[in-house]
Design a protein around this ligand. Structure first.
Ligand code: TXA
Ligand code: MG
Length: 576
């Protein structure tokens, strides 16, 4: 083990690692599961290092069947330590990370390049133990360099999905972190992941490893090695595979350095658990507040499209489908808000304190509309919601020029709901997905209704894995029609899928990003998603809601809803 303030030794790159590609990489996935790593919380770094040394040594002989695996693993580890190749993707319990040595500016630049990440978005740094963190910050067991406010917190929740902000150590104290790890920030976010694979990597590299989520910027965070490959194939050399991530959403980022502790990004550790622990231990974390919303002074680039509500949030009404605030019935009105686009945020006056929160993340390629009845006890699948869904669906399919052979009564009702006839773009095929959660049935209950819109089209059941689906096909035809080429009208298809996110917040967290990626795989043009409702989440968990300061709160619920809003192109809020 290196002594307290020792600089990490820089190994000599082997010829193989020196020649590794920065671009047009032959990305290789290395399965870590055959290593059979111990899972205990208290496993020491030295144990992980011993396992690694034994594995690499025993597999050095070219005769060994595992030789190739060991060779790749040692190249991945060496490339991280030497820092001359692109970053290495690795599993954590939250999501996959894209790792590079946090003290090496050119390796860190490689992370931004591979992800296409905006250069003002700081990175989280992963360490293997509290002792490792002290060493990086220039502290000792006698004189800690970690702010006191975090001491009990780290011991309670690490290793695990919690990131804490700590001031950048002064020049000459601890290691010198690369400036591009913390662009524009006086703090760095640190965490100790609980995944044995992440801890193994941190132990064997003995480096503070900066690691954002290993997705291309703007895509949902990856929760399997395959998701990483889908995004970064050819851009990195190695993906370490540890199977599916247990938590499925990123860590909770907290700032305990101000007067009131803040959650800058909700995540895998829920606010309720944090508060409950703070109350039990009578410390400041009992008062932790949400600090992630852009609260005041948000200006959109285009004026006249939004209205401001009493919280200062701008409700934005896109021109695209001409929907403004509408009264659906005496009891229910709804508002369609387009969510924040990166480009719309150029005039933000009060930026969120975690810079990453201002970007539109987790977005599938298709247009996703989130039906949100949050805060209400109403089930989101009642007759009124169903009729709003039908209207939205009809206007969407008509915008693709699909009502060409609709029965007259449907055509008329579409004409009345679609004010955007000029936007009709004729498509040969159109794919819709329903993402159901706490109360929608499969296809939001609209399967028969959709089929009734196309009475003459052929119905096909689509083969699926976790999703179910059907398609309606027009069949090839002669004569005039949309997309006509040489007098032949090609077959047109409407594909409809339904994907279940789960009925409780933990399952939804676990499945959300993978489901959004499935929507991309299915090439969905339009996604109707149901925001889970608080009351249903509680009911399905069969436990009492947690009452803190007289307010019903559920941190996991908040995390899921925040991620879904980020993924959505628009949020349709239902107000009873
Ligand atoms: O679970 C996780 O946190 C994953 C795994 C790989 O550990 N990592 C992750 O990193 O989600 P990333 O870079 O995708 O998200 C980090 C978030 C961003 O919103 C960033 O703006 C914020 O944390 N952040 C990082 N350092 C910060 C700082 N010094 N001050 C404020 N916000 C910071
Ligand atoms: Mg990320």
């Amino acid at each position: 083990m290196p002594s307290s303030n020792a600089k990490p030794e820089i190994p000599k790159p082997s010829a193989e690692v020196s020649n590794m590609a920065y671009m047009n990489c032959q990305t290789c996935t290395i399965d870590l599961r055959p290593l059979n790593l111990p899972v205990a919380r208290n496993t020491q770094d030295s144990t992980f290092r011993q396992i690694y040394d034994d594995y690499i040594t025993t597999n050095k002989s070219p005769k060994s069947s595992q030789h190739e695996h060991a060779r790749q693993l040692s190249s991945a580890v060496l490339s991280l330590k030497v820092g001359i190749a692109p970053p290495v993707a690795f599993p954590t319990e939250t999501v996959y990370g894209l790792g590079a040595d946090a003290t090496n500016p050119s390796s860190i630049a490689g992370i931004f390049a591979a992800k296409g990440r905006p250069s003002d978005n700081p990175l989280i740094v992963h360490v293997s133990s509290i002792e490792h963190l002290e060493r990086c910050l220039g502290g000792t067991p006698e004189k800690s360099a970690i702010p006191l406010v975090y001491h009990d917190l780290m011991r309670a929740f690490w290793p695990g999905p919690l990131t804490i902000l700590i001031p950048v150590p002064p020049e000459g104290q601890g290691v010198k972190f690369a400036p591009n790890v913390h662009p524009g920030q006086r703090t760095i976010g640190f965490r100790i992941p609980s995944s044995q694979y992440a801890r193994f990597l941190l132990a064997v590299t003995d480096r503070p490893i900066a690691g954002p989520s290993a997705n291309s910027s703007g895509k949902p965070s990856p929760t399997t090695a395959k998701h990483v490959l889908d995004d970064l194939d050819g851009k990195i050399n190695f993906i370490l595979d540890g199977g599916s991530c247990d938590v499925g959403v990123e860590s909770t980022v907290v700032d305990g350095l101000g007067e009131v502790p803040l959650i800058l990004r909700p995540g895998g550790l829920s606010k309720v658990d944090l508060k409950r622990w703070g109350q039990k231990n009578k410390n400041v974390w009992a008062n932790v507040e949400n600090g992630w919303e852009v609260s005041k002074g948000v200006k959109r680039k285009r004026s006249g499209e939004g209205e401001q509500n009493k919280n200062g949030d701008v409700r934005h009404t896109p021109q695209r489908n001409g929907m403004a605030k509408r009264k659906h019935s005496a009891n229910l009105e709804y508002v369609l808000n387009s969510t924040t686009e990166e480009s719309d945020m150029q005039e933000v006056e009060a930026a969120p304190r975690a810079p990453g929160m201002k970007y539109k993340h987790y977005a599938p390629k298709g247009w996703m509309i989130l039906f949100d009845a949050a805060g209400h006890d109403h089930c989101t699948h009642d007759p009124e919601t169903t009729s709003i869904l039908r209207d939205t669906l009809k206007s969407q399919i008509s915008m693709r020029g699909f009502p060409s052979d609709l029965p007259a009564e449907h055509r008329d009702s579409i004409a009345s709901t679609s004010s955007a006839s000029s936007l009709v773009e004729i498509q040969q095929s159109f794919t819709i997905a329903f993402l159901t959660s706490t109360s929608w049935p499969p296809f939001a209950g609209l399967e028969t209704y959709i089929q009734s819109l196309f009475p003459t089209w052929k119905l096909e059941h689509l083969p699926g894995g976790s999703d179910q689906g059907f398609a309606l096909c027009s069949g090839p035809a002669q004569g005039p029609g949309p997309l006509t080429k040489n007098g032949v009208v090609p077959e047109r298809r409407l594909n409809v899928h339904t994907l279940d996110l789960g009925r409780d917040a933990t399952t939804i967290s676990n499945r959300l990003f993978a489901t959004l990626r499935t929507c991309d795989d299915l090439e969905c043009d339009f996604i109707f998603a149901e925001a889970p409702t608080r009351s249903s989440v509680h009911q399905s968990r069969k436990k009492e809601p947690v009452i803190i300061n007289q307010i019903e709160e559920d941190g996991e619920f908040e995390t899921v809803l925040e991620r879904m809003k980020k993924a959505a192109s628009a949020v349709l809020q239902l107000h009873w």
